[in-house]
Design a protein around this ligand. Structure first.
Ligand code: AMP
Length: 472
């Protein structure tokens, strides 16, 4: 029973002058500065009336100050609510209405500076395992986003398991190029570094030249499949560039077997693929020591029970374990629907499991699109398109994309569309939606394929447009 902050800080190096962040300009930010920043922010939050359990939202660009805010929120016993920096005003309004944060930060640097006027909070607020640490919104297929409630116990259990199975030590240096509003960059990456007191090569976004330079002084990289395809697309990425590395980890979307094979050939190392989601952080991982197999996401982490629902070999993956969230924020019915009577969470991912426990994911029960590592829910885009002048109906699908994994494609029925309308419609989507959600292509058709019940058969559309991004 402890506040996650104290568990993470328990891994900080004894010599706090050691670097926590190695920045691209050659400077560093020490663990002492990180700790002091978190204490100032916690003190400022408490002085502003934030009580344990209150939500504190953050929508800002990736920065060291944003990490200090995350840690300060934990230290004060409050609940961290990170939001994608690409969300539009209308999207943010929904999250604010639903989560009712006491404080909402949009400028991390200014907030950090303000906090200097407060007395630092020296004693971490007491929290028990079941107390809420973070609220992570995962858009729902029905259009309403759900807030996955992750407790101090959930996050601590996952952090400890990953630190162990991936063999982190204080000698590691983690290359951090992921966004920190999502569980991958926020919990998986930061917690592994903190628990081992290791420094991070800190990149505010993925840039292949910067990543290649960073690899020379790193030992571990965590990435989404797009990171790996971008590295491979750069002819300068050679075996020498990866020579200092011990481990490349990949997840958040399926890694193509071709990427795995090409990476092994070019870098001389096998990518370690793992599987996770906002509701449980990491669920399975290929082994550090044993076989890393292309197309498989490996074995359930220690303490995770995993089974295939439905009685067939292949079915929806169900999980139970210490990192699995307890409920969706203020949605008791939705929560009840997604758990079985014996307490397993129904992930919505379809897969199978070998007799020795190894897991293979074959698809998604829902029509989620993953583009560049970000989840895109077709329904949300369809609603925007359908409201545009002249549009009768739309169907949004993902088509294989060499760079993004999947590219968002909208198939639209409407009257009188001509040249120029595609670009105008994409622009209209971009005004209302985060850029990564906007369709990359819009195709105008006279009708959509449907089943007997009138439902659009998206699998046929996916087949029809499977080569859309291949040419050129
Ligand atoms: P999120 O909640 O945004 O982290 O998205 C979680 C979803 O990403 C999962 O339910 C899976 O559908 C997908 N996912 C994550 N990792 C993998 C992986 N290694 N292979 C296939 N799908 C994955």
């Amino acid at each position: 029973m402890a506040n996650l902050y104290d568990i993470l800080a328990g891994g900080f190096p004894v010599d706090r002058t050691k670097p926590a962040f190695l920045l691209i300009d050659g400077s560093a930010i020490s663990y002492a500065e990180l700790e002091a920043g978190a204490a100032q922010i916690a003190g400022h939050l408490v002085a502003s009336g934030v009580a344990p359990g209150d939500r504190v939202g953050l929508q800002a660009e990736k920065s060291v100050e944003a990490v200090m805010i995350y840690l300060g929120v934990l230290k004060a016993g409050a609940v961290f609510l990170p939001l994608n920096s690409a969300y539009t005003r209308a999207e943010v309004d929904y999250f604010i209405g639903d989560a009712a944060p006491r404080v909402f930060v949009t400028d991390a640097q200014a907030f950090r500076a303000e906090a200097d006027a407060a007395d630092p909070l020296l004693k971490t607020a007491e929290r028990a395992d079941h107390h809420l640490a973070s609220l992570i919104y995962t858009s729902g297929t029905t259009g309403r986003s759900k807030g996955a409630m992750l407790s101090h116990g959930n996050l601590a259990a996952n952090a400890r398991a990953l630190h162990e199975v991936w063999g982190f030590t204080p000698d590691d240096v983690l290359l951090h190029a992921l966004p920190i509003f999502h569980v991958h960059g926020l919990f998986v990456a930061l917690h592994c570094a903190f628990l081992s007191g290791a420094p991070m090569v800190w990149l505010t976004k993925f840039d292949d030249a910067q990543v290649m330079a960073g690899l020379a002084r790193s030992t571990v990289m965590m990435g989404v499949p797009t990171f790996y395809t971008r590295l491979l697309a750069n002819p300068n990425f050679t075996r020498e560039k990866a020579a200092h590395m011990r481990l490349f980890i990949c997840g958040s979307a399926p890694l193509l077997e071709s990427t795995f094979a090409e990476f092994e050939e070019r870098a001389g190392m096998r990518i370690l693929e793992r599987y996770g989601m906002s509701e449980a952080v990491i669920i399975t991982s290929n082994p550090l020591g044993g076989a890393r197999i292309a197309g498989s996401v490996g074995y359930p982490l220690p303490g995770v029970e995993l089974r295939i629902g439905g009685g067939d070999d292949t079915g929806v993956i169900e999980i139970r374990g210490p990192s699995v969230f307890s409920a969706y924020w203020r949605m008791p019915e939705k929560t009840a629907e997604e758990f079985t009577a014996d307490g397993f969470f129904i992930t919505g991912d379809v897969g199978r499991q070998d007799p020795d426990g190894r897991v293979w994911i074959s698809g998604r029960a829902k029509d989620l699109i993953i583009s560049g590592g970000y989840n895109v829910y077709p329904k949300e885009i369809e609603l925007v398109l359908d409201a545009l002048p002249g549009v009768t109906e739309s169907a949004v699908i993902g088509a294989p994309h060499p760079d993004f994994g999947e590219g968002v494609v909208a198939v639209v029925i409407g009257a009188g569309f001509g040249p120029g309308d595609e670009a105008a419609m994409i622009a209209a989507c971009r005004r209302q939606l985060a850029a990564y959600k906007a369709p990359k292509r819009i195709i105008f058709v006279d009708d959509l394929p449907r089943n007997a019940m009138g439902k659009v058969r998206k699998n046929l559309l996916r087949d029809r447009y499977t080569d859309l991004f291949k040419a050129g």
